[in-house]
Design a binder for this molecule. Structure first.
Ligand code: SF4
Length: 419
């Protein structure tokens, strides 16, 4: 059986430097497929789309809401040729009804241990319109090493610097932050993978640079200690979402190669300032993720917030406009209050005001968003600040003896040998 796996393109944030990380959803999905399936993979964000007339089944993996319009075009194209289309991924779970109109089959939930049956149904001509495994999570120990061999790593470099490979050590999140859909998607229970399996996966990744994409590494102190202790000998360099704010955890994370984290910065409090200082004390850089347009934001406090970020010497900042994604608590609230202004998913990039802010017009919020980017990066652009962080990593890699000069052709050969 031949399967084409497609990862559709999406509109990028205008203010953000465009670089591409290897996608995670498609390689995790590919690992759940039984042996003997031939896969061709297209990441439309880095390569042109090509119709595969020989594919038996088209699988479309969709992570973002703003990927959906393009995903629907691709699905409609294939279905007009008589090719069956199966959809899966985070955004598919959020927009299941809409997706169903463009699909032969919609897979909802986590795929481990389930694809054998789906493909059996397909070969018998009995593909179901929906496979619904929402809130029916597979045993976390079934999550295996992602099948990165389907990727062409030559696509994932920025000006000659090898980008990070994505890997995950856990699923689920017990928090229920107001703009987030994770409670709906992965459940409110934290589900750590066995450390041994995570280490096996990390060891198998030829790239020395990783992005540990877990929702949050702030759930279980004992598991974090075990994980970071086991990661240390690998000498990988990695970034992650927030880390538990605990001295021992931060120390072990830094020793295990953590070089920067994404950290939500939502106010100008001493708590935030001290948290960032503690990360810096451990030699960990911080990229603040800053959501603009919450109900307590007016023009003055957005301006104060940006001034605060500069004062506390935040390394990098990613400004986004609050976006009421389906199934998030904030969408429920805004819908009730009649404040949703657009349901055009192409606007859901986090760079547009698609709702009515409480204390300003949508236009003013978009103006302040652009102003925040320009002001924070006034003395050195995103590339310069990112370059400074990468330079630190490269220096450490040289000291560790793990530095490898990026060599495009080599990655292509690696891919060929492994697929
Ligand atoms: S924003 Fe992060 S910490 Fe909050 S619920 Fe979502 S995944 Fe969990």
């Amino acid at each position: 059986m031949k399967l084409q796996l497609v990862y559709p393109s999406w509109p990028k944030l205008e203010k953000q430097t465009e670089f591409h990380l290897p996608p995670h959803g498609p390689v995790v999905f590919a690992a759940t497929l039984p042996d003997g399936i031939e896969i061709t993979f297209i990441d439309e964000n880095v390569q042109p789309f090509e119709t595969d007339a020989l594919a038996d089944l088209i699988c479309i993996s969709v992570m973002l809401t703003c990927q959906l319009p393009r995903a629907f075009d691709i699905a409609d194209h294939y279905r007009s040729m008589g090719k069956p289309v199966l959809f899966g991924g985070i955004a598919v779970m959020l927009h299941a009804d809409e997706v169903a109109a463009h699909a032969d089959s919609v897979f909802l939930g986590e795929a481990e241990g389930r694809m054998e049956q789906v493909l059996k149904d397909f070969t018998r001509g009995r593909l179901q319109p929906t496979y619904n495994y929402m809130n029916n999570f597979p045993d976390i120990s079934l999550v295996g090493t992602a099948r990165r061999q389907i990727l062409n790593h030559d696509h994932y470099n920025y000006r000659g610097t090898q980008m990070l490979d994505l890997v995950h050590a856990s699923r689920g999140c017990r928090f229920n932050c107001f703009p987030c859909c994770n409670g709906f998607l992965g459940g409110r229970q934290f589900r750590p993978r066995p450390v041994k399996k995570v280490i096996e996966e990390m060891e198998a990744i030829p790239n020395n640079r990783l992005f540990v994409v877990d929702n949050s590494l702030a759930h279980d102190k004992d598991w974090l200690i075990e994980l970071f202790t086991a990661m240390k000998p690998l000498k990988k360099k990695w970034v992650s979402h927030p880390l538990m704010d605990n001295d021992l955890v931060l120390k072990l994370a830094a020793e295990a190669g953590c070089w920067y984290v994404y950290q939500a910065v939502f106010d100008t409090s001493e708590t935030i300032k001290n948290r960032i200082q503690r990360l810096h004390d451990h030699g960990i850089g911080v990229e603040g993720t800053i959501l603009l347009g919450t109900d307590d934001h007016d023009e003055t406090n957005i301006r104060n917030l940006v001034e605060f970020l500069t004062r506390i010497k935040l390394d990098m900042a990613e400004f986004t406009i609050l976006t009421p994604f389906p199934k998030s608590p904030i969408r429920k609230q805004f819908t009730k209050q009649g404040r949703i202004l657009s349901n055009n998913w192409l606007d859901y990039t986090c760079g547009k005001a698609v709702f009515q802010p409480k204390n300003m017009t949508p236009e003013k919020l978009e103006y302040l968003y652009n102003w925040a980017w320009d002001t924070f990066y006034a003395e050195g652009g995103y590339q310069t600040k990112m370059g400074e962080l990468f330079f630190k990593v490269i220096k450490q890699e040289i000291l560790d003896g793990t530095y490898r000069r990026y060599n495009p052709g080599k990655n292509r050969r690696f891919k060929k040998a492994m697929v």
